[in-house]
Unconditional design. Structure first.
Length: 186
């Protein structure tokens, strides 16, 4: 997956979701519904605004893949978390981008410390886990805990795994436009 330029402004991010987020990718819900459910769960749990934004946009890397002509999941790991974080860094600060960057490692962390979690992951999440390196082990666990945003990333990951419910009613994307603008870094 190529890097591509960072986002220029919030309008570009909004347009990207408008055009590509109806796609299902490899989950049962669309990217749009998935992001909206994660953001609603973050809100429900009283997360700070920056983390709500991170929850909403955490899989933007998948949308970039689609924008650039990708056709959904491919066998190799696309590193959508890095790609998404680098893209969002054009607009948002690390309180948004770093939980996004760590959300895959947070899954690898959680299945290492809570193996029973594997039973609750979606089939797509289980199959990508192997491509992403499987559960963290040994020093990888400490390295992850040493990340500044690791707790936010773990919280985001729990919403991520819960935010795949079919036909759940949640606030629409437009409701977050002002929040996104308010979190743009100076
Ligand atoms: Fe993801
Ligand atoms: Fe996700």
């Amino acid at each position: 997956m190529t890097g591509g330029p960072p986002a220029r402004d919030v309008d570009e991010v909004l347009a990207l979701y408008d055009e590509f987020a109806g796609h299902r990718y490899d989950e049962t819900v669309s990217q749009l519904d998935h992001g909206l459910q994660c953001a609603a769960l973050a809100r429900r749990d009283g997360a700070p605004d920056a983390l709500v934004v991170a929850a909403l946009l955490h899989d933007v890397g998948h949308l970039l893949h689609l924008r650039d002509g990708g056709r959904g999941p491919v066998p190799e790991d696309l590193h959508h978390e890095d790609r998404g974080a680098d893209y969002l860094a054009g607009v948002f600060g690390p309180e948004v981008t770093e939980p996004v960057r760590l959300h895959v490692r947070a899954k690898r962390y959680l299945v290492a410390v809570e193996p029973e979690l594997l039973d609750r992951l979606s089939p797509a999440s289980v199959s990508s886990l192997e491509r992403q390196g499987g559960p963290l082990r040994g020093s990888e666990l400490d390295d992850f805990r040493a990340e500044r945003a690791h707790a936010d990333a773990v919280a985001l990951r729990r919403w991520d795994d819960a935010g795949k419910v079919e036909d759940l009613t949640v606030p629409p994307f437009e409701d977050y436009a002002d929040l996104l603008r308010s979190r743009v870094r100076p």
